[in-house]
Ligand binder design. Structure first.
Ligand SMILES: Cc1cc2nc3c(=O)[nH]c(=O)nc-3n(C[C@H](O)[C@H](O)[C@H](O)COP(=O)(O)O)c2cc1C
Length: 363
């Protein structure tokens, strides 16, 4: 099943393997992508993955998560972003733009402060954010929509709202972070309001045909955070607010989440499958599952279960962009990636790359 065609909204894909968004760290201080990013995306497209999701792109200067992150916050960036989509399309690939605002996780020292739904933050956040004003909420909803418009003009085949991993959309959904007492916080429907407004505003900008996806954190890892029951309720509402496909992941990090490091055997793979089991009965939208897929057998089994429609992978493609082609022609049956998370760069300019010692990979 893995190498059969399938669609997400109007997006026709040659196979069911997706490159999950991966912050490549290949942009300058203004968020302009460096030429090596086009080269990397071209290699991924040549490697046979059905759909590439870009690394998260910051939709507003207040929402940059880290240095060397690519931006989509101004029209001046469109020509550079187009060079990325041109490279992918020349290699017959497809690419959607992941749109993000980091909220309490923002790291833009020149701005002096961070903004988030409320001042509450988990213990691992050193500097708490300031609670956003209503005017700032409206401004960022529009910033997401304008970013989607830019993505469309830059030739992306769709957009993906980053609604996972404790970034801004995920912060609004989380009862742990979102302690607002106005219409943007409190009840489940109030916490959903920001995502709903973002998705609807994007739809107005890009029109009814353009693929709009979401990466959704269905559950937080900390006590008092978003529960899987509420995460499933979010899933149930996504079709109505104009979303075409859902990539299932986690929300805020924490101990309640399954282990994502050191995936060495099939039993450790597909660690978010229970989330898909909760989501499947509540939506007819295509479901993409990320999290620890490493071997052909586990991927095929997950697809055949009927719980999901697409498999998403990140670290195996950092290890080897040719991984999909090798799986397809049968050269290998599993990734050499050991999920040790050594792929993050230690120094500015190094970019994300596989840095696991060879002996570890082969052991
Ligand atoms: C180096 C690196 C960068 C990542 N960047 C992003 C990102 O920009 N956006 C995102 O949603 N997830 C990001 N992730 C998370 C992955 O997309 C994926 O959800 C996670 O690694 C689990 O999939 P895997 O087991 O196939 O690696 C990143 C992960 C890694 C290791």
């Amino acid at each position: 099943m893995l190498f059969t065609p399938a669609t997400i909204g109007n997006l026709k894909l040659e196979n069911r393997l997706v490159r999950s968004a991966t912050a490549e760290r290949m942009a300058d201080a203004q968020g302009k992508p460096l030429p090596q990013l086009a080269g990397l995306l071209e290699r991924l497209a040549c490697g046979g993955v059905g759909l590439i999701v870009s690394g998260h792109l910051y939709i507003h200067p207040t929402g940059r998560a880290h240095a060397e992150m690519t931006g989509i916050y101004a029209d001046e960036l469109i020509p550079d972003l187009k060079s990325l989509t041109d490279a992918v399309h020349a290699a017959d690939g497809k690419i959607v733009a992941q749109l993000n605002h980091a909220g309490m996780h923002s790291n833009a020292p020149e701005l002096n402060e961070k903004i988030a739904p409320s001042t509450v933050s988990p213990p691992y956040i050193e500097t708490p954010a300031r609670a956003m004003t209503i005017r700032e909420i409206d401004m960022l909803i529009d910033a997401f929509a304008q970013a989607a418009r830019r993505a469309q003009r830059a030739g992306f085949d769709g957009v993906q709202i980053h609604g996972a991993h404790g970034y801004l959309v995920s912060q609004f959904l989380s009862p742990y972070i979102n302690r607002r007492s106005d219409e943007w916080g409190g009840s489940f429907q109030n916490r959903l309001r920001f995502l709903s407004a973002v998705a609807r505003a994007i739809r107005v900008q890009v029109g009814p045909e353009y693929p709009v996806l979401i990466k959704l954190g269905m559950m937080d890892g900390i006590e008092g955070g978003l529960t899987l029951v509420e995460g499933a309720q979010v899933v149930a509402q996504l079709a109505e607010i104009g979303v075409d496909g859902i990539e299932i992941s986690s929300g805020l990090g924490g101990k309640k989440l399954p282990r994502s490091k050191g995936i060495r055997k099939p039993a450790d793979e597909a660690y978010f499958l229970p989330f898909a089991r909760a989501a499947r009965p509540l939506t007819n939208l295509p479901l993409i599952l990320v999290g620890g897929f490493r071997s052909l057998g586990v991927m095929q089994q997950a697809l055949q279960s009927g719980l999901i429609d697409f498999i998403s992978i990140c670290r195996p493609l950092i290890n080897d962009p040719e991984f999909p082609n090798k799986l397809r022609i049968g050269t290998i049956e599993q990734s050499a990636c050991i999920s040790a998370n050594n792929c993050w760069p230690k120094n500015v300019g190094d970019g994300v790359a596989c840095r696991c010692p060879l002996e570890k990979i082969s052991s």
